[in-house]
Design a protein around this ligand. Sequence first.
Ligand code: GDP
Length: 304
Amino acid sequence: MIVLSGGTGTPKLIRGLRRLVPDEEITVIVNTAEDLMVSGNLVSPDMDTVLYLFAGMLDESKWWGVKDETYHTNTALGKLGHNEKMLIGDTDRATHIFRSELMRNGAALTEATAQLSAKLGVRARILPMCDEKVDTMITTPDGVMHFQDFWIGARGEPEVLDVGISGIETARATEAVLDALESEDNVIIGPSNPITSIGPILALKGMRKILAKKKVLAISPIIGNAPVSGPAGKLMKAAGFEVSSMGVARCYEDLIDVLVVDERDGADEGDFPVRTVKYDTMMTSVENSEALAGFLIGLFSNFG
Ligand code: GDP
């Protein structure tokens, strides 16, 4: 099973999937377009969340960071007048230092992630979408800014005029990603932000065509006319999509076989450009996550 993931909605689904499928049989291809350097080390927010989830370390109340975390270094840096643009916990920072040291010594992100996974006892295969640096850039009336400057620095408040991904033209899906897609037929696009989490993965050269040949299920992160959380609505609108499960269908229609839309969504399944089914997609508990994962596995087994 391959899962395409960002850092919140899809990890909630993976939490349930792990109860039904052994970790060794799960490959997660993760968005890296929100990665950034903080105090000299590479923070990869979506990959860190997925790594911590499989390592049993994730703070599942926030869906980022390590549970029972301390912030001594961040506080001490603040006292020195070095205010970090992101709150980095001490254990979390160890991950970033370990990753960055490997990369400073020549390892690619994929290799550094494999070593981190091994050290953290992660048995799933966690694959960054590419090894090159790519950055989601947000155009606002005040100019272009990195996604994290928009989302954390400016609290997601500025009007969004456009969304782009710098570096994507020269980035390539890694050998590890291509090998995984070669050897596995079932792919889940989790309920992550279609523009800034899944969008960069799909924007890699050839990716949409590869996925179009697979059995692909997607889950809508939008219910009615609003995302469950986060800036997906604002970003979808700026990218020219309706903020609705129909808009999500439009983002993926060339490559998915089935779209799963929340049962609370008023849209009529018959109106969609792809096969659409309804189910409870609100993953407020691990039991909800497991039920949704089980439903997806059932859909795969019913493929003709
Ligand atoms: P990010 O990397 O932190 O932006 O996280 P993702 O892109 O992985 O996830 C954010 C998206 O997850 C948002 O668009 C939310 O609407 C969606 N989301 C979060 N929780 C749920 C849930 O329980 N059900 C569904 N259907 N979507 C969810």
